[in-house]
Design a protein around this ligand. Structure first.
Ligand SMILES: Cc1ncc(COP(=O)(O)O)c(C=O)c1O
Length: 397
């Protein structure tokens, strides 16, 4: 099918919930994608922080072939070895706890919010069920998660809003402390805000949030759907600090392209869910868990966490140099391979110009370029990206 045919059929048959760039992908290899017209592109987006192993990674392909020769789906009324194995890997990499599997980031956060509300309601006689989130956060698109998300634009048109969420400025510990009352059961935040524009908290903030939660007997939920699985140079971003959350949510890189979400809760809190409390038909099915388990193993065996820290630091240094060279670029920032740079002008045209040069760039918020590439990115790919972007920026000077 040609690009023009695909575009025409998309316009006719698919709801226009996404603004699409004028390209369709045909094949991939490592950190490169080829479009349906045969042009090659360096991918600095990874399907929005998903494809951490890039494309056609041999370990992932092997895992998929093996898993495809066994039942793909059986339901959670039976025991599932690959599910148990993936849960063990996640718990051993995080904290002593238990895992609930689902299909997406939004569902992982829904599960976290249900668990926190049930925990709070059971310990208070039914009133401790309010959750504090942060402005500019993004937690997903279901009715509960748009209420949790600190961006008005995702809620517009969907009233009435689900009650039970309040939102305070990200990074402002005094505002957070002031928002806590006897009905608060949890604080939910991204250690680094992704969709909000790659916003890093001030030093010490996450530890202060943990201390507030301990002081008030409130659960701390870290949404690591974008930051998790090695992206920031640690398996989970909270591991840059000397703290643990009570609940951790994951998706995106967890499956490196197969759809999977997970919610991990500390032992003692996880038991709040009992048979029938929560569930889903597909969550944790054997196929997905076998593949995600192989992805997890590859992150560890290939030391992609150290790699992401090293290549990320190299990339960040190069972005800082770009801000020194071009006066309309500012605020190069990020951790590991979760990076961004601000522009004085809309970032959309830069993304379009990138496509013409064989670079997959991404605009998050109006004037920010975000970089969340596959974790297998090498320094020579960074050089290639910086050279391409330099040409684009020279054209704008
Ligand atoms: C931090 C964060 N939480 C939740 C979500 C929602 O995940 P999904 O789109 O898989 O439902 C996203 C997606 O961008 C995210 O970045």
């Amino acid at each position: 099918m040609t690009l023009e045919e695909t575009k025409a059929m998309t316009a006719e048959y698919i709801m226009a919930t996404a603004k699409r760039l004028s390209v369709a992908w045909d094949k991939g290899d490592g950190v490169y994608l080829w479009d349906t017209e045969g042009h090659k592109y360096l991918d600095l987006l990874a399907g929005i922080a998903v494809n951490i192993l890039g494309y056609q990674h041999p370990k992932m392909v092997d895992a998929m072939v093996q898993a495809a020769s066994k039942p793909l789906h059986v339901t959670n009324i039976y025991h599932i070895p690959s599910q148990a194995q993936l849960a063990q890997q996640l718990v051993e990499a995080s904290f002593p706890g238990k895992v609930f599997f689902c299909n997406s980031g939004t569902e992982a956060n829904e599960a976290a919010v249900k668990l926190a509300r049930k925990w709070g309601n059971e310990s208070s006689g039914g009133s401790k069920n309010q959750i504090i989130t942060t402005q500019r956060s993004f937690h997903g698109r279901t009715l509960a998660m748009i209420a949790a998300t600190g961006q008005e634009k995702v809620r517009r048109g969907f009233d009435p809003q689900m009650p039970g969420f309040v939102s305070v400025e990200f990074g402002d510990i005094a505002a957070l402390a002031a928002a806590i009352n006897q009905d608060t059961c949890a604080i939910m935040l991204e250690p680094i805000q992704g969709e909000g524009g790659i916003n890093l908290p001030p030093a010490g903030y996450l530890e202060q949030v943990r201390a507030l939660c301990d002081e008030h007997n409130i659960l701390l939920i870290f949404d690591e759907i974008q930051t998790g699985m090695g992206r920031t140079g640690k398996m989970f971003a909270y591991q840059h600090e000397n703290i643990q959350p009570d609940i951790l949510t994951l998706a995106k890189g967890l499956g490196s392209g197969v759809p999977v979400g997970a919610m991990i809760a500390q032992n003692g809190i996880a038991e709040t869910f009992t048979p029938g409390s929560h569930g889903g038909t597909f969550g944790g099915n054997p196929f997905i868990c076998s593949v995600a388990s192989a992805v997890f193993q590859a992150i560890q065996d290939d030391d992609l966490i150290t790699h992401s820290a090293e290549v990320g630091a190299y990339f960040l240094e190069a972005l800082v140099k770009l801000t020194e060279k071009f006066s309309f670029l500012h605020n190069a920032r990020g951790l590991g391979l979760m990076l961004a740079i601000d522009l004085d002008m809309p970032a959309g045209p830069v993304v379009e110009a990138g496509l013409k040069k064989g670079l997959i760039l991404n605009a998050v918020q109006e004037k920010t370029l975000r970089f969340v590439p596959p974790l297998i990115l090498q320094k020579q790919h960074v050089d290639e990206a910086i050279a391409g972007m330099t040409e684009i920026f020279e054209g704008l000077s």
